[in-house]
Design a protein around this ligand. Structure first.
Ligand code: HEM
Length: 568
């Protein structure tokens, strides 16, 4: 194998040369973060061939220098990366965090796979303080003061996780658009779809679907069937968002999940919540059927529905009307691939989020009988049973206990569990977040679940479902509900609205917030008005929180209840 083109090095120098090549590779990775196939093939596949040649003069066979060179090269590369990440030379070295998290993003994948990442972050903050390094280049800020500089009007662009949540060949949806200007351009159409006037136009569709839900539940009440209310709420929101995004197309409440689309979406969300931690690997994993089959099935469905909706047009101004810019207000018509991505986003972002919050709400209400009684009394006063339907959005917005109950469900179990990532652009010189300097190229989160359960912002009983905290101004002296046996001992209430961010804040906050709130108020008050509900006797209420999973959005399990029609 020795050739006159290969310099003859001693064995030791040849090994040293291999290690030096690996260090060079690390420098290139560190500076340019290459993730496209060509540079990766060069750095990881071809470059070690040169040390292989220098080692070949010391071996008789072909494969031995190959194995020695590649093993030495990869070991040196991994060691170099690992040592650098935990060394004082790393730009985030001053931030505390667990060792495995500093070493590799694969630690985040492991934690995410447990479904309990939200609880892990909470524990990390309890141990390390308000600012924690949660992966090699990522910080978590458990601090209400960090919300504005990270997500507010002068905040940061979206983080790299969004590159790991989309197929590299497709136009990203609004939520995955990282460029601030491009996001702003696209957001205009979405903003028009969710003005108060637009949401008003959607109310008849909500009430039609809400009555369909009631009809289905009435049948089950009559047959004394156990009802998984969490599933029914998902079916309702899925059908409704199908109306909004595609002008119809889902009939889960009527026909169950016969095409398996709901299941596809649930499973797709699970995979994405792992892959988004390693965005560079996304383009490769997305070539594998096991990772893409759900995404492709959803995309194909979206393509068919968007084509049909475009051809048929619509007599109502649904959400799609604005997303597609049927009024022609945009200087350039939005491209078809963008519309498909956004229509699918509406289903993914708008259905399970709302259903999960309502399921958490019913769990909270049904495990707190005295609160349930108060909520029902208030709803009955405004919408007496048997006297019409509670679809008056203006009246609903004014029912204090109803809105306190919704807020408490949003606080305790935020649907987008840890919020979404932002990042300081590479080479930007970084940004000050409070007193902390964050260098360029750093991803950041504000962990919503931990923030909402932080006693500095919500006290007393931050881990308890206690809607009353929303009924009084901060500072009011209240009895601690978690110490029900210690009567008359009063503590000052803390309900810090600036730390309440279930819909996030700033120019990329949840655009569907108004719609979600109207929807939740209508459904909750309608179900309370129409049905007597209780958890089935065999159900262990502890199962609910135990089985909640952080899959980027909160994934719920079953909530089996018995229902009785109140009018009978
Ligand atoms: C209770 C229900 C909901 C909750 C808790 C919720 C929460 C959130 C959160 C936390 C974000 C991330 C914002 C950020 O990155 O800063 C978000 C984004 C978004 N949500 Fe919602 N959401 C809900 C319902 C809805 C509904 C009904 C829609 C209607 C289509 C919707 C559409 C969107 C869209 C399009 C985005 C991306 C916004 C952007 O990137 O500009 N959401 N939502």
């Amino acid at each position: 194998m020795a050739s006159s083109l290969v310099p003859v090095l001693t064995f030791r120098d040849a090994l040293l040369f291999t290690v030096t090549s690996a260090l060079f590779s690390h420098l290139v990775f560190n500076k340019f973060e290459p993730n496209k196939p060509r540079p990766l093939v060069v750095l990881l596949g071809l470059l070690p061939l040169i040390p292989t040649a220098t080692l070949s003069t010391h071996y008789a066979s072909l494969w031995q220098p190959f194995v020695v060179a590649y093993t030495t090269y990869y070991t040196a590369l991994l060691l170099s990366v690992g040592i650098y990440r935990v060394s004082p030379f790393h730009p985030l070295s001053r931030y505390p965090g667990p060792l495995p998290a500093k070493l590799s993003k694969f630690w985040s994948v492991w934690i995410a796979s447990t479904g309990k990442q939200h609880e892990y972050f909470k524990r990390l903050h309890e141990k390390f303080g308000p600012c924690v390094r949660i992966s090699p280049n990522e910080l978590s800020f458990l601090d209400a003061g960090a919300i504005a500089p990270i997500m507010g009007n002068d905040g940061l662009p979206k983080g790299p996780m969004w590159d790991g949540r989309r197929h590299p060949d497709w136009n990203p949806s609004l939520i995955g658009t990282r460029d601030i200007q491009d996001h702003k351009r696209r957001r205009n159409r979405w903003n028009r779809a969710f003005t108060s006037a637009s949401v008003k136009e959607y109310e008849p569709t909500i009430s039609r679907r809400a009555l369909q839900l009631v009809e289905q539940l009435e049948k089950r009440a009559k047959n004394k069937e156990t009802v998984d209310i969490a599933k029914w709420l998902s079916f309702f929101t899925f059908d409704f968002m199908g109306d909004m995004a595609f002008g119809g197309g889902f009939e889960l409440m009527q026909e169950d999940d016969k095409d398996g689309l709901w299941k596809v979406m649930e499973e797709g969300i699970g995979n994405a919540s792992l892959i988004h931690h390693i965005p560079w690997a996304c383009r490769y994993l997305m070539q594998m059927n096991i990772f893409t089959k759900d995404t492709i099935a959803l995309r194909s469905f979206g393509l068919r529905r968007v084509t049909a909706r475009k051809e048929q047009g619509s007599h109502v101004k649904d959400m799609f009307h604005h997303i597609i810019d049927e009024d022609g207000l945009e200087p350039i018509p939005p491209p078809f691939s963008e519309i498909v991505s956004d229509a699918i986003l509406a289903i993914v972002a708008g259905s399970d989020t709302t259903a999960t919050v309502m399921s958490n709400l019913f769990y909270g209400v049904l495990t707190n009988p005295s609160h349930y009684a108060r909520l029902r009394k208030e709803v009955d006063t405004i919408f007496p049973p048997g006297e019409g339907n509670p679809f008056d959005a203006a009246k609903l917005a004014e029912i204090p206990i109803l809105n306190a109950t919704i807020n408490e469900a949003l606080r305790l179990s935020p649907a987008v569990v840890n919020g979404t990532q932002r990042a300081t652009p590479r080479g930007s010189g970084g940004k000050m977040i409070g007193e902390h300097y964050v260098p360029g190229g750093t991803a950041l989160i504000v962990p919503t679940y931990s923030l909402h359960r932080d006693k500095r912002y919500f006290s007393p009983a931050p881990d308890m479902f206690w809607p009353d905290r929303w009924l009084f101004p901060s500072g009011t002296l209240v009895e601690d509900p978690s110490k029900a046996n210690v009567k008359h001992e009063k503590v000052p209430l803390v309900t810090d609205h600036s730390a309440f961010i279930p819909f996030s804040v700033g120019p990329a906050n949840c655009v569907g917030k108004n719609l979600a709130q109207v929807e939740m108020r209508m459904i909750v008050s309608l179900l309370v008005q129409r049905f007597e509900m209780r958890l089935i006797d065999e159900y262990d209420p502890k199962d609910w929180e135990r089985k909640l999973e952080d899959r980027f959005v909160l994934k719920k399990s079953i909530l089996p209840i018995v229902i009785k029609d109140r009018s009978i």
